[in-house]
Design a protein around this ligand. Structure first.
Ligand code: PRP
Ligand code: URA
Length: 209
């Protein structure tokens, strides 16, 4: 798979700067995560195939393009991935939603799965996994392992902030998964938080700290 796609659209970059700011309150943080996700959905679905159909406009009969029957599933990694789901659904309302609950142990930083519910027909779908943060990559790797057991057509991973360490780990574990990120940050700190990052995405979305 190719290198991560960095979605450098000015609207995404502007909103990303605002959510990085530690003084941005939860309400604004949540709204902008939704907006960023919607804009990233536009990028992540750029390769959806089209087919030509015939329609009748008020003026004439013509041929025009529609998306050709590909079915999508969004799979947010709980909790923080939930913050990206509504934005994606605004552009693809027919997508089905799966949920994978993962938390990172605060001491070992290892991911632990606590919930997994995926659409029954996920084997007929292209899956977009959502999580604002790709830090060590452990959560994304384990979530994608769980999804792959159900044989989806394809998997993409969409995040907002990625560390080089996480990109390397995820690319090595799942070279077939295209990563989309709004930013490739500098590094991880000793606590495995992304630097400069935006802090704990789940806490900032849900106001739990
Ligand atoms: C955060 C984030 C990712 C994970 C990234 O979740 O949303 O899922 O950490 O870290 P990693 O790449 O090192 O695995 P967290 O475990 O804090 O749970 P939360 O979303 O419930 O806050
Ligand atoms: N999880 C977060 O929410 N933020 C980080 O920087 C790393 C992991």
């Amino acid at each position: 798979m190719s290198a991560p796609i960095i979605t450098n659209h000015p609207l995404i970059q502007h909103k990303l700067t605002l959510i990085r700011d530690k003084n941005t309150p939860s309400k604004d943080f949540r709204e902008m995560v939704t907006e960023i996700a919607m804009l990233m959905c536009y990028e992540a679905t750029r390769d959806l195939p089209l087919k030509e159909i015939e329609i009748e406009t008020p003026i004439t009969v013509t041929k025009a393009n529609i998306i050709s029957g590909r079915k999508l599933a969004f799979v947010p990694i709980l909790r923080a991935g939930l913050g990206m789901c509504d934005g994606m659904l605004q552009l693809v309302p027919a997508a089905k939603i799966g949920h994978i609950g993962m938390y990172r142990d605060p001491i070992t930083h290892e991911p632990h799965e606590y919930y997994c519910k995926l659409p029954a027909d996920i084997d007929e779908r292209d899956v977009i996994v959502l999580d604002p943060m790709l830090a060590t990559g452990g959560s994304a790797i384990d979530a994608i392992n769980a999804i792959k057991k159900r044989n989806p057509h394809s998997i993409k991973f969409v995040c907002i902030c990625a560390a080089p360490e996480g990109v390397a780990a995820l690319t090595e574990a799942h070279p077939d998964v295209q990563i989309y990120t709004a930013a490739l940050d500098e590094k991880l700190n000793d606590n495995k938080y992304i630097v400069p990052g935006l802090g704990d995405a789940g806490d900032r979305i849900f106001g739990t700290k």
